[in-house]
Design a protein around this ligand. Sequence first.
Ligand code: BTN
Length: 321
Amino acid sequence: MRVIVMWYTSLENSTLQLIQALAKDGFVKSDPNSKRALTNLALAYDEVQGIIRLRKPLELLCDQKILDDMAFNIRPLVSKIDIHASIDSTNTHLMSCLKSETFHGHVCLAESQTSGRGRRGRAWISPFGRNVYMSVGWVLPLGLKPGGLSLTVGVEIVRLLRDMGVSDVSLKWPNDVLRITKGRSGKLAGILIELGAPTAKGTPLIIGVGLNVDLGVEALALIDQPYETLGEFKLSRNALVSGLLTRLLPALNNFSANGFRIQASEWGEVNFYADKEVQIVIGKDVIRGIDRGVDEYGNILIETEAGVKSFNAGEVSLRPI
Ligand code: BTN
């Protein structure tokens, strides 16, 4: 099947030309409008003898690179790729495409989000051209529950990053991707799965992934929790998107066929808190115990003094001791 590709931009033409020139050549002639545009996009630059250079190279998202790098047998799982220069939220955008023929396998990417959303009503800081903001539309067959899907997605993200040489990544149940450097853990990626109303075709899901590749200084100041990036790895965002799709789409296909199927040993390989003491917070109550992995529904298993108990991701949060 042919993949429909759309490029949307709400940027002014001059700004688009400016960032395209900077992405291609690395420099442009200085002028006040360009400087203003770069400041608005929070892209740090140096100006020397009338020439503007970005402090960090800029790689724009490119549908052709993404498709070329994607494993050949995975491409038929993509119905459409949208790339937005700026959008409120890729998840919100796909919510407005629920009824579209191409919803299943629709990949929405953005260079920046103005109202990026995280779990529990938090904002997802989404500066221009530095990270991955991606949502995938998927229709789950009727009768299949999405429980455990976010764990499946998280496991695939960790596997991809480890394959790409980032060995110090793990998952914090249910789906925070952490990077642990110098004994400190910070959030590297997050997953936001949202559901549409079921139809005769099945339950529409929007699987949103935010991955901090190289946040700028301004963005870092806005984040209210320990964060991490992939800064020193100098990974291509296009290669990261291809890699994510190459892993996530078959995993979604498997989920559609078989439901949640993660072996205890597979979860153990990525679980940051495996066999460590943790606390589970339920409203005002706190339960202490040992993290013993997950059950067949993706619920966390905690060994307490009263035996092993399971907890659902929607009800509780997991904290270190
Ligand atoms: C979390 O809080 O851990 C989930 C963060 C999910 C962020 C991604 S970025 C792409 C997609 N669009 C959004 O508005 N949110 C998700």
